[in-house]
Ligand binder design. Structure first.
Ligand code: SF4
Length: 139
């Protein structure tokens, strides 16, 4: 019986600024041919992306007592694309106490991936919180 489950995916290699468009042909989920790369890194990247696509997840989480209500965050390393929905749900429930420092870990193990989520900017205490703190110190 003839099997028509053949596909071609184009994957942009991110290993260098050339950004080669690597074409992966497959049949029944198995790679049959890879073209469009200019070095072996492109082959490895395309194979890995085909089997287990991953992404850095940039988003925001809420801040308590900060000068801003949200802090931008990102995963410290790429996480499987399949885990992004669960990660977003988890992050929706996170509240970080100000002050927040750039690079601070806000979640240690996002969506069971073992990968940290870190703040990408600092958020100072709000003036209101600062004033409350000052009153406590002086009063
Ligand atoms: S295949 Fe090689 S040359 Fe092309 S983008 Fe990837 S690393 Fe760069």
């Amino acid at each position: 019986m003839e099997n028509n489950d053949a596909n071609e995916n184009t994957i942009v290699c991110v290993n260098c600024p050339r950004g080669c468009r690597v074409r992966v042909q497959s049949q029944n989920g198995e790679i049959t041919n890879i073209t469009g790369y200019q070095c072996d890194l492109g082959i490895d990247y395309a194979r890995e992306e085909f089997k287990n696509p991953t992404r850095i997840l940039p988003t925001t989480v809420r801040v308590k007592g900060g000068e801003l209500e949200l802090v931008p965050v990102k995963t410290a390393r790429p996480i499987p694309k399949a885990s992004i929905g669960e990660a977003m749900q988890e992050l929706a429930g996170v509240r970080v106490q100000a002050p927040v420092k750039r690079g601070q870990v806000v979640v240690e193990d996002i969506a069971g991936t073992g990968i940290e989520v870190v703040a990408t900017r600092s958020i100072a205490l709000s003036q209101k919180e600062n004033n409350t703190g000052n009153k406590k110190e002086t009063g």
